[in-house]
Design a protein. Sequence first.
Length: 175
Amino acid sequence: MILYNLQYIIKIHLMIYEASDNDISVIRNIAKITWPQTYGKILSSEQIDYMLELIYSQKSLERQFKDGHRFYILKEFDEAVGFIDIQKVSGNISKLHKIYLLPKVQGLGYGQMLINYAFDKALENGTPILQLNANRYNTALNFYKKNGFKIIDETDIAIGNNYFMNDYVMEKIIE
């Protein structure tokens, strides 16, 4: 009984809120901590640094907010521990551009909470399809498949500096 109550108390102290451009430093910090662990075995440190600057610079994130990206930050007690970025890209498709958790909270079910939140946001957007791109060697592929995503395409996206994002395009029809 005590264990159950402890789990209940912890869940009460989780909160997801929509970020504003005032939260850019929070998003940048989570990415800076998460990316080396997530991509360190599949990308060079130089490419990781390049992509962090390309995608997570202050200016880039400000542009993403203006382009309709909606960021949602997960807080555990008073600490931001993860985020998602979702955008309506067409009449029936929303795109999950980003989903990241700090390494210290991975494996606690927070990723499931965030992906479920993304499903809800896609439906709120009036879009029954949620798409994402994932590096073809990302260990999160199994997580996405477990959550009903199917690979619908492969793409190699040139991002400059002779670097490419070698991704699967994945999709889930939300019911």
